[in-house]
Design a protein around this ligand. Structure first.
Ligand code: ANZ
Ligand code: ZN
Length: 818
């Protein structure tokens, strides 16, 4: 029977691709290069539908660019450090590497099965010493540039995982990984100074407009959170140095009726009077139990405590009371605010709760906030505002007051960012050790480059159990070392790096994965990068995508790369859900990828995923039909078997109607693939399969050269989505494998223009004009057009027409009277 055998084809072509090294990156210099990359996977169990979808969406452009004549880099590797491996090792009494590398092997087998055009020879794992040696090397370079540093501060602490978390890893007040409510701890930790790059992270987004989804850019912009305003200095009782506040509304300075500092900011403990200290300390304890989200919530009743001192408004010398309140965050701006209750809702809520005065200084025409409880943040005429009175727009007000503050030396214009420095140290085992030694005499000393990597000591099971300090601290043979500078006894840093450090540079490593002298060869990176197409989930819109942009900018500053944005285009594939449930969260809630593949074959599943809708949209598995996909593949496969003309047959001279259809659809498929409308591309291939089938069965027949042309277009186009079936078809069509080495067919533009016929116009038997008309033009339309033709009108010279003979579509003959 003429049926496509998916299981046999999968086995056969996997073996072929491997033996033929079909997808090993070629770089002979003759062709343009393209780098197509999927976010590398984390080895948690086997692959699920989400992986399959993401990698298929990356495989399409990789295969397409190759067929279009590029050398393509399409690598694979694993983001293999991280907590789940460590938790598994604690449970099983084993080493995290066991779980990690076993899962990697499982996933690797699955990836091979999915028919992805991946280059396995460049495979990397971030937990291999050959890789993390360079993660450590990069850390040291960052440190030399002042971009990696240690400081003590209140940090996010996950009580369950017993480790600190970056701000980006706290979602709605909970640990991103385990969902436990995050608390605060005062600890000394390592940070990357990403704030130094805040403005460049914003500015360089101009390069990404159009190539990245707008919503990702918006999320990054929002996360970086640039605010323009001013610093204003207030003198505070009991303190010599003035206290700075950051405000976006310096023009409301005359409306400041009190002053608020974050409870955990050192300033609060410093200025509080003895009488108020017990109340303050009790409040501070309370604050530690409140999440950042709650603190910023507008619904939550305002709380706080008077510190017993006053601040002086630098504009009018007025004394205003100083409070500690948790709605002010220690880590934003300066950790202190001037409160203007009339024009700021949070301040107004606080003023009403603590019975503080509300003074309107901008007349907006709205009712008095002191009475309504609704602040008026809008523009208006300034009142009771000294030099601002008479002005009525915000820009002018801000300019005037800032100029005055600057003149008086009590303020200046300022820009702040919501972005915080990236907390990168973790008190866990399964990560890259921070390559620093602490010496009693020399302080912090970098591990010399020639002693990298600092390899993890071998720890298993209970030794890894979370206890608030790093498990590495208990490996005394490992911890105790001679100081590289003075030789005296010293200790290694026992924290490991956040795994987002590992994933911030892996795409560079793929360009020269076996380099033993450097993290990557700058020449290789220059040849392959930036990445033409990056594919991955929108859950990385902030974390990974912001960090890797930061890394790239630092590498640019180090002169190691010559671009500042590493990913030209980004595609966020949707999720595969099953009647509303997200499948990628856990295996087995509905659709099991492996079982689907066993039943329908890889190609049918790939095709189903692609055909379901635009790649960014979620797919509900209840709405799709893998059985229908398989049926379509069978139809396509039969076409290839029906073609009887030999390979190399010139399609010119073949059936014109089918050729027109072929090239019209080919043009559509090409555009659809280039604009990432992969579902549309599949729909057009389906149309072409139908048209070809009609041509064979009821048209010019299987021997017509146009039929071969159409079947080849189907095969090559289908190879993007259903590579196994396409390989079989290509072979049936008489070609030597692989179809991946074929060429994407050229659209013949002459077949796209609508067909016309030249109609000759005669007057008294002489040719007086010509018209380009449709072959099926009506006699009436042709008569009217002919009589209106310039040449005909001139030849008639005003004479009446006796007779018009129309032979559509080729001839109109006009006989004048007389
Ligand atoms: C006085 C004022 C008057 C303010 C007014 C606003 C409106 P964004 O836009 O988010 O940057 N603020 C400053 N530091 C803060 C902190 N650490 N915690 C909480 N709030 C803080 O907001 C800047 C405004 O938020 C600043 O401008 C300050 O309140 C407050 F009619 O100052 B404003
Ligand atoms: Zn020393």
């Amino acid at each position: 029977p003429d049926r496509y055998d998916a299981v046999a084809a999968q086995k056969r072509w996997q073996r072929f691709w491997e033996a033929d090294a079909t997808f090993v990156t070629r770089d002979d210099g003759a062709k343009p290069r393209a780098y197509v990359l999927d976010m590398f996977p984390y080895p948690s169990g086997d692959l699920h539908m989400g992986h399959a979808e993401a990698f298929v969406m990356g495989d399409i452009p990789a295969r397409y660019l190759r067929l279009k004549g590029h050398d393509v880099l399409h690598p694979i590797g694993w983001d293999s450090f991280g907590l789940p491996a460590e938790n598994a090792a604690i449970q099983r009494g084993t080493h995290p590497a066991e779980w990690t590398y076993a899962n990697i092997e499982t996933q690797a087998t699955s990836f091979r099965r999915y028919g992805l055009s991946l280059d396995w020879s460049r495979r990397l794992h971030t937990s291999d010493p050959e890789y993390y040696r360079w993660t450590q090397w990069l850390f040291l370079r960052f440190r030399e540039r002042g971009l990696a540093y240690r400081k003590a501060s209140f940090v996010n602490w996950c009580p369950k995982d017993q480790t600190v978390l970056a701000n980006e890893q706290v979602v709605q007040g909970a640990c991103e990984r385990c969902g436990t409510t995050v608390t605060k701890r005062q600890l000394t930790q390592w940070y990357f100074r990403v704030t130094e790059y805040a403005q460049r992270l914003l500015d360089d987004m101009a390069e990404l407009e159009g190539g990245w989804p707008d919503r990702v850019l918006a999320m990054q912009r929002n996360w970086i959170g640039r605010s323009e305003g001013a610093y204003v200095d207030f003198a505070v009782e009991g303190r010599e140095e003035p206290v700075r506040v950051f405000t976006t509304r310096p023009d409301t300075l005359f409306g400041a009726t009190f002053f608020v500092v974050a409870p955990e900011a050192p300033l609060a403990a410093e200025v509080v009077t003895d009488a108020q200290r017990p109340a303050f300390e009790a409040y501070l304890e309370e604050t530690k139990r409140v999440t950042e989200i709650e603190r910023q919530s507008t619904d939550r009743p305002k709380t706080g405590v008077f510190l017993g001192v006053h601040a002086t408004n630098p504009a009018n010398g007025e004394q205003i009371p100083v409070y500690a309140a948790d709605y002010v965050l220690a880590e934003y701006g300066t950790g202190a605010v001037m409160a203007v209750p009339a024009h700021d809702q949070r301040d107004l809520d606080f003023a009403r709760a603590f019975d503080l005065p509300v003074r309107v200084v901008v007349e907006t025409g709205l009712p008095d906030p002191g009475e309504t409880g609704v602040a008026t943040p809008g523009d208006g005429a300034y009142v009771s505002s000294g030099p601002l009175d008479g002005l009525s727009d915000k820009a002018a007000g801000v300019e005037r007051i800032v100029a005055q503050l600057q003149d008086d030396g009590v303020g200046e214009s300022a820009v702040t960012y919501r972005l915080r420095d990236w907390l990168l140290s973790r008190q866990r085992y399964w990560g890259a050790p921070i390559p620093v030694i602490h010496c009693p005499g020399c302080g912090e000393v970098a591990v010399p480059d020639d002693q990298l990597p600092v390899e993890l000591p071998y720890l298993t099971g209970a030794a890894l159990a979370p206890k608030g300090t790093s498990p590495l601290a208990s490996a005394s043979d490992w911890v105790n070392v001679a100081c590289p500078q003075c030789g005296q006894p010293a200790k290694r840093d026992t924290d490991t790096m956040d795994t987002f450090v590992d994933s911030s540079w892996y795409f560079f490593r793929y360009c020269s994965p076996r380099d033993v002298d450097a993290p990557f060869d700058p020449d290789d990176v220059r040849r392959w990068m930036p990445v033409a197409q990056y594919v991955g989930g929108v859950e990385h819109a902030i974390l990974h995508l912001l960090y890797m942009r930061f890394f790239t900018k630092v590498l640019f500053d180090m002169g190691l790369v010559d671009f500042v944005e590493p990913m030209r285009r980004l595609l966020n594939q949707g999720q595969v859900i099953n009647q509303g449930k997200a499948m990628s969260k856990s295996l087995g809630n509905g659709v099991d990828l492996g079982a689907q593949i066993d039943e329908f074959g890889v190609d049918a599943i790939r095709l189903t995923v692609v055909f379901a809708g635009p790649p960014e949209e979620d797919i509900d598995w209840a709405d799709v039909s893998p059985a229908g996909s398989l049926k379509f593949l069978q139809r396509a496969y039969r076409l290839a078997g029906d073609v009887t003309s030999p390979r190399g047959t010139d399609p010119r001279g073949g059936d014109v109607a089918l050729r027109r259809e072929t090239h019209r659809l080919l043009a559509d498929v090409t555009t659809a693939v280039e604009t990432q409308r992969f579902n549309v591309a599949v729909a057009r291939v389906m149309e072409l399969v139908n048209a070809t089938r009609r041509a064979i069965d009821t048209g010019p027949g299987a021997a017509d050269p146009a039929v071969r042309e159409a079947a080849e277009v189907v095969t090559v186009a289908l190879s993007l989505v259903a590579p196994y079936a396409a390989e079989e078809m290509w072979e049936r069509l008489g070609h030597t494998p692989s179809v991946a080495d074929a060429t994407w067919p050229e659209v013949d533009a002459s077949l796209l223009v609508a067909e016309t016929v030249t109609c000759v116009l005669q007057v008294q038997g002489k040719v007086r004009g010509r018209l380009e008309v449709a072959p099926d033009v009506s006699e009436d339309a042709l008569r009217t057009a002919a009589l209106a033709d310039e040449g005909v009108v001139r030849a008639l010279a005003g004479r009446e027409v006796a007779k018009v003979i129309v032979r559509a579509p080729k001839l109109v003959s006009i006989v004048p009277k007389g």
